[in-house]
Design a binder for this molecule. Structure first.
Ligand SMILES: *Cc1c(COP(=O)(O)O)cnc(C)c1O
Length: 443
């Protein structure tokens, strides 16, 4: 079919600009049109099936077209699609808030909704700043980590540490002090030392520390040394600084527990969730905060302690209904308890893939995984950025019936929690084969 006969392709070429995409390159490729999804698979407009091996960019939890979630949305749709949270309320918002507080760590008491991970972080940052103002302090310094990713709005970019995405906007950002990525250190103690130095230097100018718990996802699936998060909590407690834990990628079972911070017994002052919140169905996010934070904003209107922030679709009822249905599935299907054998299978398969001579390292926390491709292991030599090796391997996987998207030379594997052992096995077969075929290696 040539382009002009293909009206869908023609529209795509004429009118669309895609996120995180060099459009010049994109225009030279034939795009894949996804038409529908079912379980762990998506289908293109020609009816071809693909494993959705990155959960539609880290969102889908219980599978596509999941009956329980579809029904919950439809039921809510029969009542009302959207109603504002400014000056009005609705039952799904309250029900979901209660459910979230019940599953979150004990220090978290209130839920503030928004519509994306970026806005959830933006809100956490603004709340942290304003919290200190209401406590009579003008704290302007945020501490974040190199290779951290917290979203694409200007506030979340300010605390973002992925130079490739963020350096161009430097002039527009508020000042943030960055400690090195904890993944570069062999122990929590070593990784914490630079954070401690920044805390010492900026003292009572520090408003908050922001961190992705256990694993820096978009930075390349970089795993923190055990104890780092707990150590960070202790440092923040000692210095009286707020801790923002960004669970946007890690939340809702992705690391093997409902939230990653549970694994180190950490309770944040503010916590952000988004991606998996609705089971990956609809745009909804939330910033959970402690009562201590919440209460700092209480006062007479004239005291000007209101949090003046909100979005048109804050707390959208359809999305809340989807999120409640998703949490019901967690409970009814014992989803978390069923993860252990899946995580173990993935670990075994990754260890095997890690033996390929083009694999520098394999990284895994629960069902969040990265396979780093390298030109040579000894000595360790990376591929050139221009070689687009990660993209080529993922492109090859697509021809074999699997979709994922790389982070540079790191092939991401982030399967849905609902994946069966057989499906996980088949997905990893395809990923291994793609690496071997594309890079001409058989081990
Ligand atoms: C994806 C992500 C965000 C941004 O979420 P969006 O919904 O894409 O705005 C923020 N923090 C982390 C840790 C993420 O992985």
């Amino acid at each position: 079919m040539n382009v002009t006969d293909d009206i869908e392709l023609q529209r795509e070429r004429d009118f669309l600009w895609h996120p995180f995409t060099q459009m010049r390159t994109w225009e030279q490729e034939i795009p894949l049109f996804i038409e529908r999804g079912e379980g762990v698979r998506v289908y293109d407009r020609e009816g071809r099936a693909y494993y959705d091996a990155n959960s539609s960019l880290w969102l889908t939890v219980h599978g596509h077209a999941r009956t329980e979630i579809n029904n919950a949305i439809q039921e809510q749709l029969g009542k009302i699609a959207h109603s504002t949270m400014l000056g009005l309320t609705h039952s799904p918002a309250g029900e979901l808030a209660e459910r979230l507080i019940n599953i979150a760590s004990k220090n978290l008491d209130k839920v503030f909704y928004s519509d994306s991970g970026s806005t959830a972080v933006e809100i956490a940052v603004k709340m942290a700043y304003q919290y200190w103002r209401h406590n009579g302090q003008r704290r302007k310094t945020f501490i974040a980590l190199a290779e951290g990713y917290h979203g694409d709005t200007i506030g979340s970019v300010s605390v973002g540490g992925v130079a490739l995405f963020h350096s161009i906007f430097h002039d527009l950002l508020f000042r943030t002090e960055f400690a090195p990525s904890p993944s570069r250190f062999s122990s929590a103690e070593r990784a914490l030392a630079p954070v401690e130095r920044i805390l010492d230097e900026y003292e009572d100018d520090v408003a908050a520390v922001i961190v992705e718990p256990l694993i820096q996802a978009a930075g390349g699936m970089l795993v923190s040394p055990p104890g780092f998060l707990r150590g960070l909590r202790e440092l923040c407690d000692q210095r009286g600084v707020l801790l923002i834990v960004d669970e946007v990628a890690t939340g809702f079972g992705r690391t093997g527990t409902m939230f990653a911070s549970e694994q180190e017994g950490v309770s944040p002052d503010l916590m952000t969730v988004a991606k998996g919140l609705t089971g990956g169905y609809l745009p909804l996010a939330a910033t959970l905060v402690s009562n201590a934070v919440y209460e700092a904003f209480l006062g007479a209107p004239s005291e000007n302690k209101t949090f003046f922030h909100g979005h048109s679709y804050t707390g959208n009822p359809l999305a809340c209904a989807a999120a409640i249905a998703s949490l019901n599935i967690f409970e009814n299907d014992g989803v978390l308890a069923g993860l252990t054998p899946k995580i173990e299978l993935v670990a075994r398969r990754l260890a095997n893939i890690g033996e390929l001579d083009v694999v520098g390292s394999v990284r895994q926390v629960g069902l969040m995984c990265g396979i780093e491709l390298v030109r040579s292991r000894k000595p360790l030599v990376a591929y050139d950025l221009g070689d687009q090796i990660g993209a080529k391997v993922c492109q090859r996987a697509r021809t074999l019936g699997l979709i994922t998207r790389p982070l540079g030379d790191v092939v991401v594997f982030m399967p849905m929690l609902v994946s069966t052992l057989t499906e996980l096995d088949e997905m990893l077969d395809i990923i291994k084969e793609s690496i071997c075929l594309e890079l001409n290696t058989d081990g």
